[in-house]
Ligand binder design. Structure first.
Ligand SMILES: *Cc1c(COP(=O)(O)O)cnc(C)c1O
Length: 398
């Protein structure tokens, strides 16, 4: 394994092709300079507000609350959705670990739901089966029969820039009185049935980590149309201060506020979001075109009802048909300094969440075995992309 290679967000490899690095080419310098020149560097300032407004406009929501990172956004969104200690929350098993951790920060328990095989998103049919067969519903509260715990919310993740099939999940949430907290951290700007990801859930979260579609170095956002959730989120992310003069705090809050310097970077990044999405989609189309006909390689799918951002372009490697496993291909790419990456270990396999409940089949396990994310930076050049494809082609042993 290429263990020496760094997979840190935005890491570059000298002379190689990185997985996904930030694209800084807009007004970042100008806006940050303005923060430094005026002294508005910390957690109040016009750029945080402007950044929030830009995100609300983009998601089509009434409110947006900036946070220090996407994981913090998820933590607060769960608390605001009414998740309490001892509750259960249904979450995609195929995800980066952050939403599962956020559920645990709220002292609740995740139930890891398998994905569907077509687009690798949380399977609404599995959620329906779980609620119907594993739980009881008394008209207000869903209770997991096996654990006796109250089920409070669903956290679908829009995996790799592709939206989850949200309508059936929202229908289930309405029927069973559950909240939907969407993890849209990888899918800023993606469309579900023509509508922006994140706008149709009770609350949704974005991330501006270094390897995300746009970055503020680190940062996050909660978007919602719910006035009460928005108010509570703003309160909890700023230390739950009731009286700013006398320092009276009505709850145990969090210091989760984004700084104005980060907001300034975010404002500049948002101005180029559409250009970045176009670049990602063009790269994805080119990968799909050039990889067509390579035996055993499945290009990244896009549902007819979706407009994906193709945040990380990810292929499936069928070992029998390709002649090598995904991990062997990873090794070969690594030797050429091409930074690829397997998809995440499914959460029901994670030592960090041992003992938590899981439901569904083995789709996530198979994805974990076969999937490989390829270099997907906004600034990926045509020769770089062609070099990646040529390496994959030459590695085939079919
Ligand atoms: C990146 C990411 C997050 C949040 O990440 P932060 O680094 O905390 O901003 C949450 N969920 C998923 C699925 C992610 O990919």
């Amino acid at each position: 394994m290429t263990t020496s290679m760094s997979y840190e967000a935005g890491a570059r490899i000298e002379g190689g092709i990185p997985l996904c690095v930030p694209e800084i080419r807009g007004n970042e310098w100008q806006y940050v300079r303005e923060c430094l020149d005026t002294g508005w560097v910390s957690s109040v300032g016009s750029y945080v507000t402007k950044f929030e407004e830009a995100l609300a406009a983009r998601a089509g929501t009434k409110h947006a609350i900036a946070t220090v990172n996407g994981t913090a956004a998820l933590h607060i969104a769960l608390l605001c959705a009414g998740v309490e200690a001892g509750d259960e929350v249904l979450v995609s098993t195929m995800t980066f670990i952050a939403p599962a951790n956020a559920i645990r920060y709220a002292n609740a328990h995740p139930v890891f739901i398998d994905c569907e095989p077509d687009f690798w998103e949380m399977d609404p049919a599995a959620v329906a089966r779980f609620l119907e067969h594993e739980c009881t519903f008394d008209g207000t509260t869903v209770t997991d029969t096996a654990t006796g715990r109250r089920v409070k919310a669903i956290v679908p993740v829009d995996v790799l820039g592709h939206p989850v099939d949200l309508d059936p999940l929202r229908a289930l949430a309405a029927r069973y009185h559950l909240k939907v907290v969407e993890d849209a951290t990888e899918s800023l700007g993606a469309l579900y049935k023509g509508a922006p990801c994140g706008g149709a859930s009770d609350a949704a979260c974005f991330s501006f980590n270094g390897n995300k579609l746009i970055t503020t170095g680190g940062g996050g956002m909660i978007v919602t149309n719910d006035d009460a959730i928005a108010k509570r989120a703003r309160y909890l992310t700023t230390q739950a201060k009731d009286d700013p003069i006398e320092y009276v705090h009505g709850a145990v809050g969090y210091n989760y506020r984004l700084t104005n310097v980060q907001g300034a970077i975010g404002c500049a990044q948002m101005e180029l979001l559409d250009a970045y999405i176009e670049a990602k989609r063009a790269n994805a189309a080119r990968y799909t075109e050039l990889l067509a006909g390579v035996p055993g390689i499945t290009p990244m799918p896009e549902a007819p009802w979706a407009r994906s951002t193709f945040w990380l372009y990810t292929i499936l490697v069928d070992e029998a048909a390709f002649g090598r496993s995904s991990r062997e291909l990873l090794q070969i790419l690594g030797e050429r300094k091409i930074q690829a990456r397997p998809i995440w270990q499914p959460m029901h396999r994670s030592p960090a969440h041992r003992g938590e409940r899981a439901f569904g089949g083995d789709v996530a396990d198979r994805l974990c075995r076969d999937a490989l994310s390829l270099p997907s930076s906004v600034g990926l050049t045509a020769p770089q992309l062609e070099a990646v494809v040529a390496t994959i082609r030459s590695a085939a042993r079919a």
